[in-house]
Structure formats: structure tokens, C-alpha cells
Design a protein around this ligand. Structure first.
Ligand SMILES: Nc1nc2c(ncn2[C@@H]2O[C@H](COP(=O)(O)OP(=O)(O)OP(=O)(O)O)[C@@H](O)[C@H]2O)c(=O)[nH]1
Ligand SMILES: [Mg+2]
Length: 421
């Protein structure tokens, strides 16, 4: 699949990320264009003359697709496709397409299907029929290989009308609701644990860090959106303290909001976490922008006020030391790490342990002798000082981290009293 990519010119090279995204979707980039636009042409976004120049290049390279870095209206896409005589995609469609190829589990597939259909629904008037002509004229085999933007929900869309899409959306939502309920029950089942969620821009190194800390064996790849599902593993800290660590789907700037909505259950892991570890790629020239985009999505899903620790990752391959210095000035609490070489992971574990404990308190807890959860929790997370049995109850005096008190409360002991702080 050959592609030409197009973007508005702001800085020297604004198309690095779009190029990486297009490559992730399987495209071979044949050319890249940028243009300073003072006024957007409502019909074609870029100027008519530029669009005609683009048409010539497309013909010359025999490109099958032109990808724009910005979002385009359905009418603009239709108009551009008429001029360049090949498929035109915008940034959201490209991201949706990557998600479609990356989805492995049933939940991820349904989530992507839903996001694609929600995106398509208002655009159905775009008239699928003209794409037949476009694809035919460009001599592509989009149908055979499932070209970018046609995968996932597939070319069936060519025949289905709004009513059918609407029906399918309802059906997908129904199926997802069942899976989401299970997922939420799973999350609720972890009530007694201190939960940490890895969040961050795509390709920042979340899964690599997860593997380094827990030997989870999560798929890692130097491509965008390697992980679409959450994985949760036990992470054992000093003194045998155990926390649960979850890996999540990566964020990207201007993440299509249909995707954020569809992946709500997956992102629920972050919403329910006690601490977010925000992994940032400090070797990436766009690090600041990426960190900001992650904060935007976190706010969108309701994680704004949550406790966070920024991790400046990949310090083993810094291209510019000055970038790290600026990052440290803006995020003075951040820890510089390398998930790959293991640099400073002990420091990270130490800080997490300190957050988990938040100072020690002595408590007296009573529960029925059969309340396995409370007793196991104390065994794993506290120093047990005394134990007293009376009839079918047990009263335990123990010392544990202040921040673990809410976790202990969630396990509903009969009585819980702080006797010394
Ligand atoms: N040099 C170096 N490379 C790293 C480091 N951490 C991760 N990487 C590489 O960065 C790439 C992306 O790593 P992943 O762990 O898949 O990143 P991710 O954040 O899980 O990405 P998504 O799942 O796509 O959101 C891989 O090629 C890793 O080997 C690091 O500390 N140093
Ligand atoms: Mg990953």
C-alpha cells in the first residue's frame, strides 16, 4: 500500500507521527507534503491548486491513498477524492484502522467495530458508490488486501444503509455491555488491593516496564498501539508488599472521541486505580506535547484528580540531554528510568512503596474468624502484632501503611480502629 501524507506546516516536520501511524497501518510512504495555510478552503481543506498538484503526484507515484494529518469533513473527503482520484483518509480514520488491525480479543474487536461504525454513521451520505470508481481508477486491490480505512467493519458497508448500521451499533453496544459488566465485576473483585495503572502515550514503553517489573510477558513492539487490552499482574515490592499493576491502551493526540467512548471499560482500569504511573518517552522530541495529550485524555475519562507519578522513560537513548533537563524542570517529581536496561527501577519501587504505606499506623481489626479476605490482606500487607480469638471472631492488632487503610475498609471488617498513628 503506497500512501502520500499531507499536513499543515507548523514546525519543521509535523508529519513524523502521521508517518509512523501510516507505517503501523501497513503503508509505504511515497511522498510527504506540508503547506502553510492561512485560510482553510471549506470545499477541499487545502487550496484547489494544491489539490490538483496532489492529483498529479498521486498519478505519478500510483499511490492508493492520501492521508491527511487533520480531520476532514465528509464533504471535503468526497471533493478531494474526486480530484485526486484515489482514497483520501483523515487522521481519525487512520487511527481507527490501526485499532481494527490490532484488536485481538473479542472485547477489543467489538470496541473497535463500535467506534468505526459510530464514526461512519454520520458519514454514510458520503456515498460509498463513488469509492468503487475511485478504487477502480487507481487500479488498487483494496478489496483483496483490505486497504487502510476499509478493514474491520469491512467493505460490507458499501451495501448497508443507515438503518442497518444503527441496528448493528445497538447490537454491539448490547454485546459490549455484557462484557463490560464482567470486567467491572473483575475490577470490583480487586477491592482489597492497591491498584496501579500504567498510562501514557503510545510507544512510551508501558508494556516494557510492565514486563520488567512483573515478568508479565506482555507483547512489546516498536509500533504504535501494540497493546489494546489491559493486563493485570501482581508486583511484589520490598517486604513482600504486593500491589496490582495494569497495562493499558496507549494514548495519542487527537484520539478520536468515538474510540475513547468505546474503550471506556478498558480505561476503567485507570479510573479505578489508586495510583497512575504516567510513562513518557523522554527520548522523543515531542515528549512535552505527548505528556499534555495524555493529561487531556485522563481528564476526559475522569482521572484528572488522581494521584500520578511521571516516569521519564528511555533515558538510555536520549537524543538531546537538554530535553530531559527541561522535562525535569517542569516535572521535578518525575523519576528518570529505562524500562529496557532497568535503570532506576529500584528507586521507582521505593517511591511506590512509600506511596502505598504513606506512614505507618497501628490498628485493631475485628472480623469473623472465617473472613479470609481480611486475614489474608493483613498477612500480606501488615505486621501482625497480636491476635485474639473470641467465639467465632478474631481481633488482630497490626501495623500497616496509612494508605492501606481505605483498602482494608473496602473488605468490610466488623470493626476497625486506629490505636496509634
Ligand atoms: N531504548 C529503550 N527502548 C525502550 C525502552 N522502553 C521501551 N522501549 C522500546 O519502545 C518500544 C515500545 O515499547 P512498548 O513497551 O511496546 O510501548 P507501549 O507504551 O506499551 O506501547 P503501546 O502498547 O503501543 O501503547 C519497544 O520497541 C521497546 O523495546 C527504554 O527504556 N529504552
Ligand atoms: Mg503496550
Amino acid at each position: 500500500m503506497a500512501a502520500a501524507v499531507w499536513g499543515r506546516k507548523y514546525h519543521s516536520d509535523n508529519l513524523v507521527e502521521l508517518t509512523a501511524l501510516a507505517r503501523t497501518a501497513g503503508a509505504v510512504i511515497v511522498d510527504r507534503f506540508q503547506q502553510k495555510i492561512s485560510r482553510i478552503n471549506p470545499a477541499t481543506y487545502i487550496g484547489k491548486g494544491k489539490a490538483e498538484m496532489l492529483a498529479d503526484r498521486v498519478k505519478e507515484y500510483r499511490a492508493n491513498v492520501v492521508i491527511f494529518d487533520n480531520d476532514l469533513s465528509p464533504a471535503q473527503i468526497r471533493e478531494l477524492e474526486k480530484i485526486v482520484q484515489t482514497k483520501v483518509l483523515d487522521r481519525s480514520e487512520l487511527i481507527l484502522d490501526i485499532f481494527a488491525t490490532r484488536a485481538k480479543t473479542r472485547q477489543a474487536k467489538l470496541q473497535v467495530d463500535l467506534a468505526q461504525l459510530e464514526y461512519t454513521y454520520p458519514r454514510l451520505t458520503r456515498m460509498w458508490s463513488h469509492l468503487d470508481t475511485v478504487a477502480g481508477a487507481a487500479g488498487t486491490a483494496a478489496g483483496a488486501v483490505g486497504g487502510i480505512g476499509t478493514r474491520g467493519t469491512g467493505e460490507k458497508q458499501l451495501e448497508i444503509d443507515r438503518r442497518l448500521v444503527g441496528k448493528r451499533i445497538t447490537e454491539l453496544k448490547r454485546q459490549l455491555a455484557g462484557i463490560d459488566k464482567r470486567k467491572l465485576r473483575e475490577i470490583a473483585g480487586r477491592a482489597g488491593h492497591y491498584k496501579i495503572c500504567l498510562v501514557g502515550y503510545t510507544n512510551a514503553g508501558k508494556s516494557t516496564l510492565m514486563n520488567a517489573l512483573t515478568e508479565a510477558g506482555v507483547f512489546v513492539e516498536d509500533k504504535l498501539f501494540a497493546t489494546l487490552d489491559t493486563r493485570t499482574r501482581k508486583w511484589t515490592l520490598e517486604g513482600n508488599a504486593k500491589v496490582l499493576l495494569s497495562d493499558t491502551v496507549g494514548f495519542v493526540k487527537h484520539l478520536p472521541h468515538q474510540l475513547v467512548a468505546s474503550f471506556k471499560a478498558t480505561l476503567e482500569e485507570a479510573v479505578n486505580a489508586d495510583l497512575l504511573l504516567h510513562v513518557a518517552d523522554a527520548s522523543n522530541a515531542e515528549a512535552f506535547e505527548q505528556i499534555t495529550s495524555v493529561y487531556t485524555v485522563l481528564n476526559e475519562i475522569g482521572c484528572g484528580p488522581k494521584e500520578k507519578l511521571v516516569l521519564l522513560n528511555k533515558v538510555d537513548v536520549l537524543s538531546k540531554a537538554s530535553l530531559l533537563e527541561s522535562l525535569q524542570t517542569v516535572y521535578p517529581q518525575a523519576i528518570c528510568i529505562s524500562a529496557k536496561t532497568g535503570l532506576n527501577l529500584n528507586e521507582l519501587a521505593g517511591q511506590v512503596l512509600a506511596k502505598l504505606r504513606g506512614g505507618q499506623v497501628t490498628v485493631r481489626v475485628s472480623c469473623s474468624a472465617g473472613n479470609g479476605k481480611v486475614i489474608s490482606f493483613l498477612r500480606a500487607n501488615a505486621a501482625i502484632l497480636e491476635r485474639e480469638y473470641l467465639d467465632s471472631s478474631v481481633t488482630i492488632k497490626a501495623r500497616l501503611g496509612k494508605n492501606q487503610l481505605p483498602l482494608l475498609k473496602r473488605l468490610k471488617p466488623k470493626d476497625l480502629e486506629v490505636v496509634e498513628s
